[in-house]
Ligand binder design. Sequence first.
Ligand SMILES: [Zn+2]
Length: 58
Amino acid sequence: MTAPAVQLDWRNGIHWSRRRAKCRVCKRPTNLRDDKGRPSHKVCAEQLLARLAERVAS
Ligand SMILES: [Zn+2]
């Protein structure tokens, strides 16, 4: 059985910026921002969190 994927809710406006910036994970441009205001795609942030959670669990 696989662990449930991390699902973030970024629908509120704080995760959106008019300015495109390089995603800190995949380096492609994005308008999205993570909780700390750093440029990051939602899927990229979810992958990071999932990896982190895995490390904590093991
Ligand atoms: Zn990305």
